[in-house]
Design a protein around this ligand. Structure first.
Ligand code: SF4
Length: 253
């Protein structure tokens, strides 16, 4: 009889807790990728994450590294403090679009502008997931939410903020990339981006930022499968998926 060989299993850095996320949510996928990255880089014991408010507030239940919690939007500020007192630790900030691009925009910009040697992971699903799917800074034009039931219109609400493009105007960031959870290829590219971002920090190169376009089936009001198509066909059109900054150098289109 052929000897059985295990080819796939739960990453060491991922707990066996049942996740509270909705079926098809991108957070659970990214958590698994993050756990794989920590395992592959052998950094779980020295990694400290900072969790946001929002759907990912319970990230500490799922990732088996040290994790701190931060008040609304203050995640990169807490991450900065941790890195400065523990420079040998690998610090990441994990945030949704409400936390990072609304109330936390100030911390987001200034942390990137200082070029702090931390890794920021930004989950962009275009809505405030935890509090009911309201309009976020990233909500698409014409996208309907409970606070813009007729669809977002730019005359009174402005347009969706493209955070990678905004941060790419600054001098100090080392690495900026936007990926999309829109299928197997996008998931693998996202893992590669996370690996690059963490390696940059390990090499003390400075600030790295990975934006991940992510499905929220509950507030897209779509099935998990159609949510992936929405990410691929709609979100990626408004938020181009690409590397914006590599080795500290701006990458043009
Ligand atoms: S509301 Fe959206 S972002 Fe929040 S857990 Fe559900 S699917 Fe995920």
């Amino acid at each position: 009889m052929a000897k059985k060989q295990k080819i796939y299993g739960r990453p060491e850095a991922l707990s066996s807790s049942v996740m509270h996320y909705c079926a098809g949510c991108g957070h659970s996928l990214v958590h698994k990728l993050l756990a794989e990255v920590m395992d592959e880089l052998h950094i779980r014991d020295k990694t400290i994450g900072v969790a946001p408010v929002g759907c990912a507030v319970f990230a500490y239940y799922y990732l088996k590294c040290d994790i701190s919690e931060a008040p609304h939007g203050r995640t990169p500020a807490v991450a900065t403090g941790l890195k400065r007192v523990r420079p040998g630790r690998i610090i990441f900030s994990y945030q949704g679009d409400g936390d990072l691009a609304a109330i936390g925009m100030c911390e987001t910009i200034h942390t990137a502008n200082r070029g702090e040697n931390i890794t920021v992971i930004f989950i962009n699903n275009t809505v405030y997931g935890m509090t009911g799917g309201q309009m976020a800074p990233t909500t698409l034009v014409k996208q309907q939410t409970p606070t813009c039931p007729a669809g977002r219109e730019t005359a009174t609400m402005g347009g969706p903020i493209r955070v990678c493009e905004l941060l790419n105007t600054l001098d100090r960031p080392f690495y900026i990339e936007r990926t999309a959870l829109d299928g197997i290829h996008g998931i693998l590219k996202t893992k590669k981006a996370l690996l690059t971002a963490f390696k940059a920090q390990m090499d003390e190169k400075g600030y790295s930022f990975v934006e991940i376009l992510s499905p929220c089936p509950t507030y897209f009001r779509l099935s998990p499968e159609d949510s992936l198509k929405f990410v691929k066909n709609e979100l990626s059109r408004h938020f181009p998926v690409r590397v914006f900054r590599k080795e500290g150098v701006v990458i043009n289109d």
